[in-house]
Design a protein around this ligand. Structure first.
Ligand code: GLU
Length: 336
């Protein structure tokens, strides 16, 4: 295979949280192991929620953790023209089309589907309509023609073979009426143009993968390898909250964690190598493989995280500030 290219693609709407840091760590370790590159793409198309402070916090967090990305960070927003160009190409090829439905028509469509016991999906109203039928003064969205029968298969390094029935996919929007791309479309165009060979990200994106494959196929592009990793839960098995440790990486830094200890602990959240608990980053890189990522949700545990640091630095340097049952109650830097 040609050079391995992974990427970390955070949305800059807050600090670098522990789940994002782990995704970045795996993407980085995989690239380092195979002499490849890890690219950083800032998914800043949501102009209302994206802030420069969050971009800085993410970059600071990655740098402090020692997860250096290759080349300059790429702004997704800056590539909007390219996203529109690919959408236009799909329309020209007859693989996507302009849809002029009003919000009221779409609501009615969903209600009719619900009443008939079907999933509330777009019904393909403009799929085969002639452009001459377009209403005046309405800016259309662009929808991709999703396959109407068959299956989309995601061969995932963590989840295995995941089959999506195409009847559950509708002709989804790739370009909004103001010409901006949807998340689904921008991610595919960027991953392709950046030469990404391996996508490692949270399993909350697994269903998106099926839709993204529709776009790859329409463009005739190779689908990257994928590894969707289970999200991190708290020690009680519940969704990770601040109390459990869903904090910005900078909060760990202020608590006194050292980057190597946090890397070691994060690596163990969802990846394993035999029974090894304490290892150096070089060992992690040497041992790392996508197929050893765990399928079960990892549990974040402050007690274990502190133990990793103590074991890596037996002379107890530096102290980690602990309060109550180990919760951190200081302020974490957020955006804005
Ligand atoms: N920007 C997305 C997020 O922060 C990630 C998209 C992706 O990795 O494909 O969840």
């Amino acid at each position: 295979m040609s050079q391995i290219v992974t990427r970390f693609a955070p949305s800059p709407t807050g600090y670098l949280h522990i789940g994002g840091a782990r995704t970045a760590l795996f993407s980085w370790a995989y690239a380092r192991k195979l002499g490849g590159k890890m690219l950083l793409r800032i998914e800043d198309t949501d102009r209302e929620r994206s802030t420069d402070a969050a971009v800085d916090a993410i970059k600071d967090g990655l740098s402090w953790l020692g997860l250096q990305w290759d080349g300059d960070a790429i702004s997704q927003f800056a590539r909007a023209h390219r996203h529109a160009e690919v959408a236009a190409e799909l329309v020209a090829k007859g693989l996507a089309y302009k849809c002029y439905c009003s919000p009221e028509e779409l609501t009615q469509m969903r209600e009719e589907a619900r009443a008939a016991g079907r999933a509330p999906r777009y019904n393909g109203h403009w799929r085969d309509r002639d452009a001459t039928e377009a209403p005046d003064g309405v800016a259309p969205v662009i929808r991709i023609k999703a396959p109407q029968s068959g299956e989309i298969i995601v061969n995932d390094h963590v989840q295995g073979k995941v089959v999506f029935k195409t009847e559950n996919l509708d002709d989804f929007i790739i370009l909004r009426s103001d010409g901006t791309p949807t998340y689904m479309h921008a991610v595919v165009v960027d991953d392709h143009d950046m030469g990404v060979t391996h996508i490692i990200r949270g399993d909350d994106h697994l269903t998106n993968a099926a839709r993204q494959i529709v776009i790859y196929n329409a463009m005739g592009w190779t689908v990257p390898e994928m590894a969707h990793i289970p999200l991190i839960h708290g020690p009680d098995g519940a969704k990770l909250s601040k109390r459990h440790g869903a904090l910005g990486v900078d909060a760990y830094r202020h608590m006194g964690y050292l980057p190597e200890a946090l890397r070691n602990y994060l690596a163990r959240l969802g990846w394993s190598h035999d029974d090894d608990e304490i290892f150096s980053t070089d060992q992690m890189i040497e041992w790392f493989s996508l197929d050893a990522l765990n399928k079960g949700a990892a549990r974040f545990d402050f007690v274990k995280a502190r133990k990793h640091q103590r074991d890596l630095y037996p002379r107890g340097r530096p102290q980690i500030s602990v309060q109550g049952d180990g919760q951190y109650s200081g302020r974490s830097r957020t955006h804005g």
